[in-house]
Design a protein around this ligand. Structure first.
Ligand SMILES: [Mg+2]
Ligand SMILES: [Zn+2]
Length: 184
């Protein structure tokens, strides 16, 4: 069985610039590549992102594909292997099966890559990322980059107890590496 880290995209590995429609608006945090290089020594890496801008007509599918090719290409340049970018292009009102916190994409990855979900991580800057982590019984890490600071108050006491809260992906990575070194 493989362990995985399921990464949110906007506000977690790249800066949150609203609905991104152009690769020029993709700005990686300066720690992103180093963190992912460390994490991939022990984990398969996935990106799971909600992009409702597509359903709303703000983001073109062609742009979205270009953006994701660009992200994979940049990752590749740094020797990082992202197994899949899973993207929900629906809006909330569509009640689709794939929008986070729905577990569809993780269920899919679990089958295809035989993931040990319980020892895997979900990292993101929204309540939906944390709800997803809790639903699948994985380790959740809420980061304060992107919308994290702004949405922190939405996490209830129970959620806060179940997850870890980190200032960014860099401290999240340290937290993960520490826990695997402690054998927990
Ligand atoms: Mg986000
Ligand atoms: Zn969806």
């Amino acid at each position: 069985m493989n362990k995985a880290v399921f990464l949110d995209r906007d506000g977690t590995i790249i800066k949150d610039r609203g609905h991104i429609n152009d690769i020029k608006d993709i700005v990686f945090y300066d720690f992103t590549f180093d963190c992912l290089k460390e994490l991939q020594k022990n984990f398969l890496l996935f990106i799971i992102t909600n992009q409702p801008g597509v359903a709303k007509g703000i983001i073109e599918v062609a742009s979205l594909n270009r953006i994701h090719s660009y992200i994979l290409h940049k990752m590749g340049d740094h020797g990082i292997d992202i197994k899949e970018i899973y993207c929900c292009t629906h809006k909330k009102e569509d009640n689709c099966i794939c929008r986070k916190p729905n577990t569809f994409f993780i269920d899919t990855a679990k089958e295809k890559f035989s993931i040990d979900v319980k020892n895997s991580y979900v990292i993101g800057d929204h309540l939906s990322d944390i709800e997803l982590a809790i639903r699948i019984n994985a380790n959740g890490i809420f980061v304060l980059t992107g919308h994290g600071q702004e949405h922190f108050h939405e996490l209830n006491q129970q959620q806060r107890q179940k997850i870890k809260i980190c200032s960014n992906l860099k401290t999240a990575t340290k937290t993960i590496l520490k826990s695997i070194n402690n054998g927990t």
